[in-house]
Write a protein that binds this ligand. Structure first.
Ligand code: HEM
Ligand code: HEM
Length: 182
């Protein structure tokens, strides 16, 4: 049986691998925090803490994505063995592109939603709110929230598909797609 050296096998550079898993955790936190904040009464401390957590986990994604893109630009994408057919390769490119767009668009839309709805984003563990350069406009804020929420729902499915695809490659196709990210 062919043996693969764990140190020389093709995989993404360390910064891309680490950020993939940290950002995956952040995205899970972003969703969990916003989905469950409604279990606590309006104005209560846990509810506000969860929303502040939602804001900052989202902002962290927006900050980290640039480091990840830079690492990817420098380190490239390791080869898949055996190679994907043209259709699957194009589909996975499209999904990955949409995920990177999601990392950038969602936090920005979220910040705009909070700003126009007059919701403050506090520097963690302080009472200092980030300055907001817009005038509160709740109607516009709610429209932005609808778009932010709709994209959020669509990406439940996109992310779900992404995870299933990774597991399918590993367990069914038995190629090296997942190992490249470990
Ligand atoms: C990857 C980043 C993000 C994702 C995936 C995300 C996702 C979501 C989702 C799924 C909702 C629920 C919408 C609904 O129930 O209709 C939501 C609500 C919201 N998000 Fe985000 N969000 C992100 C980043 C941010 C950021 C950075 C901010 C602000 C700094 C933000 C502010 C808000 C606000 C104000 C709401 C409305 C919450 C409410 O009052 O019910 N989001 N977000
Ligand atoms: C258990 C959960 C997850 C598994 C097993 C997984 C697995 C993988 C694998 C195997 C790749 C490499 C695909 C390839 O190069 O063709 C990858 C790439 C990627 N994953 Fe995940 N992933 C998970 C969660 C997530 C989450 C939650 C997100 C973000 C919402 C995400 C975003 C991405 C992105 C953007 C890439 C493209 C990497 C690049 O080429 O730069 N992943 N993932």
């Amino acid at each position: 049986m062919e043996t693969v050296n764990i140190l020389t096998r093709p995989r993404y550079v360390a910064v891309v691998r680490r950020l993939h898993w940290w950002m995956a955790l952040l995205i899970v936190a972003v969703y969990v925090l916003v989905e469950f904040h409604g279990s606590f009464p309006r104005g209560s401390a846990p509810r506000s803490a969860m929303m502040q957590g939602h804001y900052w986990a989202g902002i962290a994604v927006l900050l980290l994505v640039w480091l990840r893109l830079a690492g990817r630009a420098r380190g490239g994408t390791p080869p898949i063995v055996p190679p994907l057919d043209k259709f699957t390769a194009a589909l996975s490119k499209l999904i990955h592109l949409s995920l990177y767009a999601f990392f950038i668009v969602m936090p920005i839309l979220g910040c705009l939603t909070a700003a126009y709805e007059g919701k403050q984003v506090f520097i963690p563990f302080t009472q200092i709110a980030l300055p907001v350069p817009v005038t509160v406009d709740k109607d516009f804020g709610h429209q932005l929230e609808d778009i932010h929420g709709t994209i959020g729902t669509v990406f439940y499915w996109v992310i779900g598909l992404h995870v299933l695809a990774a597991l399918w490659h590993h367990w069914i196709k038995r190629d090296n797609v997942l190992e490249r990210m470990l």
